[in-house]
Design a protein around this ligand. Structure first.
Ligand code: B12
Length: 158
């Protein structure tokens, strides 16, 4: 039977062959963020890289993300946020996530537009990395750098 994610109603595409066949990624936005297209792009990028993706959708409550990840710990969590609250909500999210038994070592990345304008990207990246994100992707090259990271992690896994 085709799996359909509870909140989006979108059936995930089958993973493509790669070194990661069988690995799963969870994709979600921060709790306040209703932008959906960054999530869709992220899902496509991860599927191209060979992941089976569970897309929890926009405005994803932290409790839903945590319960999904506890029920079946994924190989990667990718958070997308562009509404400008990502620095604050992303910090809250990873602080709780890292305290959950079984999730302290799960790789979690966040990307998009994490602030409203002027903030120093390096400062935001350093802050969120220190709180526990595996990768923080901002700016025009965000998606490209993430793709490069996925490709290099995949080749190391082979
Ligand atoms: C469409 C849109 C909306 C729609 C969303 C509809 C929907 N179903 O998605 C609606 C009208 C609902 C909306 C609402 C709002 N929006 Co709006 N929206 C946009 C708009 C025009 C396009 C966003 C989009 O879909 N882009 C296409 C996708 C594919 O690209 P993306 O989301 O930018 O993601 C790319 C990268 O950021 C990156 N990326 C994203 N996530 C991740 C994650 C990882 C891990 C990685 C590696 C990369 C990555 O990859 C993507 C592809 O390149 C942008 C302006 C713009 N031109 O970008 C504003 C914009 C994002 N919105 C903005 C704002 C402020 C709002 C509102 C607060 C407005 C308001 N006052 O109500 C609300 C917020 C609602 C909420 N609760 O979140 C601002 C954010 C400002 C900021 N961060 O500084 C923007 C930038 C407009 C602006 N210039 O001011 N919005």
């Amino acid at each position: 039977m085709t799996e359909v994610t509870a909140r989006t109603g979108v059936p995930p595409s089958p993973p493509r062959p790669s070194g990661r066949t069988g690995q799963t990624a969870v994709v979600a936005s921060t709790p306040s963020d209703s932008h959906t297209w960054g999530l869709v792009v992220l899902q496509c990028v991860l599927e191209e890289a060979g992941f089976f993706v569970r897309n929890l959708g926009a405005c994803c409550p932290a409790a839903l993300l945590l319960s999904e990840c506890r029920a079946a710990p994924p190989d990667l969590v990718a958070i997308s946020t562009v509404n400008g609250h990502g620095r604050v909500e992303g910090a809250d999210l990873i602080s709780v996530f890292r305290r959950v038994p079984g999730l302290s070592d799960v790789p979690v990345v966040i990307g998009g537009m994490l602030t409203t304008g002027g903030a120093d990207h390096r400062e935001v990246v350093a802050e969120l990395t220190a709180l526990g994100y595996t990768g923080v992707y901002v700016g025009d090259e965000a998606l490209q750098r993430f793709r490069v990271h996925l490709a290099s992690a995949d080749s190391h896994a082979r």
